[in-house]
Design a protein around this ligand. Sequence first.
Ligand SMILES: [Zn+2]
Ligand SMILES: [Zn+2]
Length: 160
Amino acid sequence: MASLSQILGQIYTMAMLFFSVLLLELAILVRGAACASARCSITTDQFLKIVDKKAPSGRYSAAGTSGFPAAECSVCLSPFEEGDEVRKLKCKHTFHKGCVDTWLQQDSATCPLCRRPVLPVDVVVKHRNHQLRESYDGGDEEITIMLYALHGSIYTIYTS
Ligand SMILES: [Zn+2]
Ligand SMILES: [Zn+2]
């Protein structure tokens, strides 16, 4: 036979646990709603399509230079080879397409050499939002595991 104080103690613990679960679930809801609409974020695919529009890529050709006169890529520091896929920015600086695309996604989308902006600020911000949302999704997994653990302990208290 459990005494009254034991029962009261159990009720108190359960109430506290339910309250923490409620708070956590609320936190997830608020975070999900912060930037859930497509209006304030763009995917990496959309981002790279805009990069393509602003700075079209082409094949490097040493002969005749075909508009790509640079000898080496300043991101990876290796010389351009015939037929390499390169991207020439508005500032006339040229890089490997892969190198500069990765750079633009990590940096604030400016030329690696002269720091001139390559993309409009709103495009950069929207893509940054998308990246933040992706890292939030990873964080939610941890909270979900915590929620399962909390629900589990409530169940244990209830059945013991
Ligand atoms: Zn490169
Ligand atoms: Zn430049």
